[in-house]
Write a protein that binds this ligand. Structure first.
Ligand code: HEM
Length: 336
């Protein structure tokens, strides 16, 4: 009887274990994530493991009445809020070329009244390259250079892609777009859904985009070649001096039934878009230094009135960002 009870209990427990596992796969160890970034993209000491080539700037944000109707966040008060801005080129290489059809990033720290902060890192694609942290880690591993050829193993890459078609969507977006003419002339998407909570406690989920007030501007292949690998920082300084770098912070509103837990799936076309306010970049660091050095743009640092959705990638970013920050600072931080 005792044996029966024990084995029944262990069966029941393993069933519970299996179902818990099916719903929530084991979390990825944050150091393993950063190790995999280094193995796949190379280790550049002192630099961010992602978005290594960047520049710090300052700006201000003014929110709209439409934003205040959606969220109590103090960022939307209508008063100018100071924002620390970091623009970067995607990847771990601090010498990544500016004239390639690759990712650009817009990372922000809103410094709100009372010491509250809102941190975010946005990318120049409407989707991310993986839906879950487990899939992202496996994607990076599939691209790890083979020690013999020093290049990713095409068979491994193909096998992974064939089994995970959504990881190709982001690359398809970049291939379909021109090389951005400027950090200030490309759209930046948040890719995750967040909830906006108003004074009545009503929650509206949405995905945001920062769209340049002056419109999009790209380079054709000839222009990109002529610009060379390093023009974005000077271009930014010039445009900011002319007062030309500003973005509309827009929110696409999710409707019931829309997928809001997956960064590889944009909201359906034509969802209502609300302008939450305008971010204006007012100055750029004179050299590569600036206030950005110790900020890691952890997307879980949110103001009261904005909450994360159930997208598992949001929380999965927090700890690896902290690991990367710890490594780069202790290695002798480089100012990019
Ligand atoms: C679990 C998934 C992810 C991991 C492990 C990861 C890892 C990292 C790491 C290690 C950094 C450097 C942090 C630092 O040293 O301060 C970083 C920066 C960044 N990540 Fe991610 N990332 C993930 C998902 C995403 C997603 C979904 C986005 C899409 C919006 C994104 C956008 C960015 C941006 C924009 C930066 C640069 C921020 C800056 O200028 O410092 N990441 N990421």
């Amino acid at each position: 009887m005792k044996n029966f009870t024990l084995s029944a209990l262990s069966l029941a427990l393993s069933a519970v274990g299996a179902s818990v596992f099916a719903q929530a796969p084991a979390p990825v160890d944050p150091s393993a994530f950063v190790n995999q970034f280094e193995s796949t993209f190379g280790k550049f000491e002192g630099y961010r493991r992602s978005g290594a080539k960047g520049i710090c700037a300052m700006g201000e944000f003014v929110g709209t009445a439409d934003a205040r109707a959606l969220s109590t966040a103090s960022a939307f008060s209508g008063n100018a809020v100071p924002v620390i801005v970091r623009f970067s080129v995607g990847g771990a290489n601090p010498k990544a070329p500016d004239n390639a059809k690759s990712q650009r990033n817009l990372a922000l720290q809103f410094n709100l009244p009372g010491g509250e902060q809102w941190l975010m890192g946005n990318i120049s694609a409407p989707v991310f390259g993986a839906a879950t942290p487990q899939q992202f880690l496996a994607l990076l591993a599939s691209r790890q250079p083979d020690p013999a050829t020093k290049a990713p193993d095409p068979a491994k890459v193909k096998a992974f892609n064939d089994a995970n078609l959504e990881v190709l969507l982001q690359g398809k977006h970049f291939a379909s777009q021109p090389v951005p003419a400027s950090f200030g002339s490309v759209n930046y998407w948040g890719v995750h859904a967040f909830a906006f909570v108003n004074a009545k406690g009503e929650k509206q989920f949405g995905k945001w985009i920062f769209e340049p007030v002056g419109g999009l501007q790209g380079l054709n292949d000839e222009e990109a070649k002529a610009k060379g690998p390093s023009f974005l920082f000077d271009d930014l300084r010039q445009r900011v001096k002319e007062g030309k770098v500003a973005f509309n912070f827009n929110l696409e509103l999710a409707q019931a039934g829309d997928k809001i837990d997956n960064a590889t799936v944009p909201l359906p076309e034509g969802r209502k878009k609300v302008n939450l306010g305008t971010l204006k970049v007012t100055s750029v660091s004179e050299d590569a230094a600036g206030a950005c050095l110790t900020i890691n743009f952890n997307p879980l640092v949110l103001p009261k009135g904005v909450e994360p959705s159930s997208d598992p990638m949001i929380a999965a970013r927090a700890a690896p960002y902290a690991v990367s920050l710890g490594r780069r600072l202790s290695e002798g931080a480089k100012q990019q």
